[in-house]
Design a protein around this ligand. Structure first.
Ligand code: T3D
Length: 263
């Protein structure tokens, strides 16, 4: 599959998707959205993939929408942003949230606008210490989209979510980790190796259980306790019949490392 705006490779059980428009800080245009969709479709169809890594090329992770596609001449017709979200950002967030493998976002530099919130749609967000997160929307007269108004209050609480949304200040990777917005921040010199180790660990993990954990944790946000307990029961029942549970228990009894297959 040949791509112009992203890099996509599958190796050793991991898919690596790199946003690759570094001179525009990997901001999204329609063509890049289409390529990301194709890559995620290919990933979904590939049973060898056990983890997906999303990252950016160059000094930034992603600066959201490419604003050079949004400039309107005086008196010209405005772009319908709702149509853009319906066509591109909404399906992308939902696709990331429902991939059949765990997702890691390696935030290698600034993540702004939709770029910040696409990162938050991933399961584990790891950022290099020099990276930052900017809810840049307010500075151009918009609200946080791509799930920002959903993820932020759940992750950092209403007070901080509103502060980020209304002020559009740069949040350092360290503060993002301290606030619970991301999994962790890592020294720049250790970033690449830490990301590789994390992906290798996830690629060897019981994939179905990890994805079921995501499903249950996400569902808990809108379930009462009794409904959530029912969901846990149903997912646990399903996982209890899977190969990986059998292998996990056998490995425990034999005092050896498990060899999970993701089935
Ligand atoms: O429109 C719809 O479909 C609705 C959906 C909207 C979703 C959104 O994401 S809206 C929010 C869009 N994003 C932004 O508002 C962020 C804009 N960028 C910035 O504020 C800054 O670039 C950063 C804070 C991210 C980084 O600043 P800095 O100083 O490190 O870099 P820079 O010099 O501003 O950017 C480097 C280059 O990337 C520069 O190009 P140049 O001058 O070297 O030719 C800059 O224009 C370009 N760039 C950065 N962000 C974007 C961009 N070009 C197009 N679109 C961008 N979003």
């Amino acid at each position: 599959m040949a791509f112009q705006h992203i890099l996509f490779e599958v190796r050793d059980g991991g898919a690596r998707l790199t946003l690759n428009r570094p001179d525009r800080l990997n901001s999204f245009n329609d063509a890049m959205h289409a390529e990301v969709r194709d890559a995620l479709d290919a990933l979904r169809a590939d049973a060898t993939v056990r983890v997906m890594l999303l990252t950016g090329a160059g000094r930034g992770f992603c600066a959201g929408q490419d604003l050079s596609d949004r400039a309107v001449a005086p008196g010209g017709a405005a772009v319908d942003l709702g149509a853009s979200i319906e066509r591109n950002y909404r399906p992308l967030v939902l696709a990331l949230r429902t991939l059949p493998v765990p997702t890691v976002c390696a935030v290698n530099g600034v993540a702004a606008g939709a770029g910040a919130n696409l990162a938050l749609a991933c399961d584990l967000v790891i950022a290099t210490k020099s990276a930052s997160f900017i809810q840049a929307f307010g500075k151009i007269g918009l609200i946080p989209d791509s799930g920002g108004t959903y993820f932020l209050p759940r992750l950092v609480g209403r007070a901080r979510a509103l502060g980020l949304a209304m002020l559009g200040d740069k949040l350092s990777a360290d503060d993002a980790a301290a606030w619970g917005q991301i999994w962790r921040s890592v020294e720049d010199a250790e970033f690449a190796a830490t990301v590789d180790t994390l992906c290798a660990q996830l690629a060897a993990a019981p994939t179905r259980a990890l994805v079921a954990a995501r499903r249950a944790i996400d569902a808990a946000a809108h379930h009462p306790l009794d409904v959530q307990l029912d969901l846990e029961r149903d997912l646990q029942r399903e996982l209890g019949f899977a190969d990986d549970y059998r292998e996990g228990v056998a490995a425990f009894a034999a005092k050896r490392a498990p060899r999970f297959t993701g089935r």
